[in-house]
Write a protein that binds this ligand. Structure first.
Ligand code: GDP
Ligand code: CA
Length: 316
């Protein structure tokens, strides 16, 4: 195996960041993470990029570990002021976090590339892995509920994922162009990993950027996906309910179906071992490991397992 091993991780927010922290902890790995921008939304005139910030804060060691998102040791005084001024403040934004959103918005208004802004933020926070955007164009997830179309944050935060999801679209996706950095990270990787992130609204909008999925299919590297579902349930979040509501199987077979032709291996939990054959029927080889990452040791252990799998796959 090449040292350093170039690992490119396709990742959403919380589940993606856990996997990223695992690879970042390994010696001999050079990690690039392609994150999701379709959860981005404007609040109080500021451009907020929740999934990219979760990656940045996690890899910088600043994340609120209990929540899995946001900065630890946060205050909410800025939000108190906005509330007093009559702003609707259902989106929780901390004081330290506001600083990043102010700076990002300033740079976007100046015409800087969102990719450059994300890279500069990561560097300023001391993040070593590369954080890449799939596109610099504006792509935003919209969710159709029985009450009509809403933004992703309205669904996820304001309505706490309560409405049934009828349809998902990525506004702006047809015109979006992939970034050269993301394409290069895919074509140049020694190993591509699809993180245990929501396949519909985290991985989905990355793959949907025209050119990204083709690049993945064309890439010479082995592609390993990690299931976000264990025994048909999410660790956290709405992925299982969303999949079921949209007529997909909400289990590892549904994940295998989604990543058919893209991933070579699907890492599933011991709890799902009995479904290995169904996973195989979609052309992915099921690999059984402990895929729960409650702490740093387990993140690094799972990342190590994946690197080892890639090594033995190549040797075989
Ligand atoms: P979001 O953008 O913050 O919603 O986060 P992601 O889309 O990256 O990740 C959400 C997914 O991560 C959910 O479907 C969870 O089931 C999954 N997840 C969270 N923690 C773990 C874990 O420790 N192991 C695995 N396998 N999946 C996890
Ligand atoms: Ca997200």
């Amino acid at each position: 195996m090449n040292i350093p091993l170039k690992v490119t991780l396709i990742a959403g927010g919380v589940g993606g960041a856990k996997m990223a922290e695992g690879f970042a902890a390994l010696d001999g790995v050079r990690l690039s993470v392609i994150g999701n921008v379709a959860d981005d939304e404007e609040f109080h005139g500021l451009w907020v990029s929740p999934d990219i910030d979760t990656l940045t804060y996690s890899l910088a060691g600043l994340i609120d570990r209990k929540q899995g998102w946001g900065v630890a040791d946060e205050g909410h005084r800025a939000l108190d002021v906005l509330r007093r001024l009559g702003q609707n403040c259902w989106m929780s934004l901390g004081d330290r976090d506001f600083g990043l959103h102010i700076w990002r918005t300033m740079r976007r208004a100046r015409g800087d590339r969102p990719s450059t802004i994300a890279a500069d933020a990561a560097r300023a926070f001391g993040v070593v892995p590369q954080i890449l955007l799939p596109t610099d164009d504006r792509v935003q997830t919209r969710i159709r509920t029985d009450a009509g179309w809403i933004t992703f944050q309205q669904y996820f935060v304001q309505q706490r994922c309560e409405p049934e999801v009828r349809e998902i679209l990525f506004d702006g996706i047809e015109a979006a162009r992939p970034t050269p950095e993301a394409l290069e990270a895919i074509s140049d990787a020694d190993l591509i990993v699809i993180a245990p992130s929501n396949p519909l609204v985290s991985i989905g909008p990355i793959l949907a950027v025209p050119g990204i999925e083709d690049a993945l299919r064309a890439a010479p590297a082995l592609c390993i996906a990690v299931s976000p579902l264990i025994a048909g349930k999410v660790v956290k979040g709405p992925a299982d309910r969303m999949m079921a509501a949209l007529g997909m199987r909400a289990d590892v077979e549904g994940i295998a179906e989604r990543y058919r032709g893209l991933a070579d291996l699907l890492v599933i939990d011991h709890a799902d071992e009995a479904m290995s054959k169904q996973v195989g029927a979609h052309g992915l080889k099921a690999i059984v490991r402990d895929i729960l990452m409650p702490d740093q040791a387990n993140k690094a252990r799972l990342a190590g397992d994946i690197v080892q799998l890639a090594g033995s796959w190549r040797a075989a």
